[in-house]
Design a binder for this molecule. Structure first.
Ligand code: DO4
Ligand code: MG
Length: 285
């Protein structure tokens, strides 16, 4: 089942049919057994036609978030650990990443308030004071206020490698700025946890050519999804739930940095594709 936040409300796709749901996003998604609830709605609602569905989905799709906070986990894949050890070697910070990869406690950091999050088809920004920038493709969880995972989406944890590499204490500046996060295209709601074999792919296009592409699977993650969720909720309350990016599994080579105009496509099996164009913030150019 897929839930889309669209210009005119909420669209549910289930078993090849689509339904418009008249509800408020936060109260709709923040419940136990979201999948069961959506199934019951689909049974009681008249579906819209395929043409109307396409019209909605070809229009603007908003990020599948209401007023939740977005958090992120770090160094959950070997690729992320190795890339960060390399970029922070000269600052002497390399050992931090090595240690956190093996420690019982994961790295968790605050990533975004909802207003800084872009949806699919929208822009994400790179910082003008950063010369080395990358997208980070991340399986992202929606966790309800009771701490139970109810859905999955695709996240892009935009990052400045030069700022983080200069000093690990600069992490919030490397990670948090306008439009530094994207979520979408929808919330995948399922009764079963997402399969470990699910592919995560990233393709970056520059002037219509492929500038980078790679793929891996969710199963390469070092930690379990419930372990990450447990640490996030251990001392924080989230009255309308929270989104948690689970760490990047792909890192472009050190010679690669994003440029304005690049198009980043992140695909996760079963969820869809999150597409964003790289831009400089016009207010801060
Ligand atoms: O340690 C810094 C951030 C790590 C991160 O964002 C990731 O591994 O995805
Ligand atoms: Mg990340």
């Amino acid at each position: 089942m897929k839930l889309y936040k669209i210009a005119k409300g909420i669209l549910l796709e289930h078993n090849n049919s689509a339904y418009i749901i008249d509800d408020e996003w936060d109260s709709l998604i923040n419940r136990d057994d979201l999948a069961g609830y959506l199934q019951s709605i689909s049974a009681d609602t008249t579906p819209i036609s395929a043409e109307v569905r396409d019209e909605h989905l070809n229009g603007k799709i908003l990020p599948p978030i209401g007023s939740q906070e977005v958090w992120a986990a770090g160094v959950t894949y070997l690729k992320s650990r190795d890339a960060r050890m390399e970029e922070s070697e000269s600052s002497g910070g390399a050992t931090l990443y090595d240690k956190v990869y093996d420690a019982p406690r994961p790295e968790l950091f605050f990533k975004a308030i909802a207003q800084r999050v872009s949806g699919t088809g929208a822009e994400v920004y790179i910082r003008k004071d950063s010369e080395w920038n990358v997208p980070e493709p991340e399986l992202t969880l929606f966790i309800n206020s009771k701490g139970n995972i109810q859905g999955y989406t695709i996240g892009n944890d935009m990052s400045s490698r030069s700022i983080e590499g200069e000093n690990a204490l600069y992490l919030p500046q490397a990670k948090i700025y306008e439009k530094s996060a994207a979520l979408g295209p929808c919330l995948l709601v399922a009764t079963e946890p997402i399969a470990g074999e699910s592919d995560i792919k990233m393709l970056i296009k520059r002037n219509g050519e492929v500038a980078y592409q790679d793929a891996t699977t969710v199963s390469r993650m070092k930690r379990s999804l419930t372990e990450l969720t447990g640490y996030l909720y251990s001392e924080c309350d989230f009255p309308v739930g929270a989104f948690l990016m689970t760490g990047t599994c792909l890192v472009p080579p050190p010679t690669f940095t994003l440029q304005p105009g690049d198009v980043v496509e992140i695909t996760i099996d079963g969820i869809g594709m999150l597409v964003n164009t790289i831009t400089l913030n016009p207010k801060h150019k």
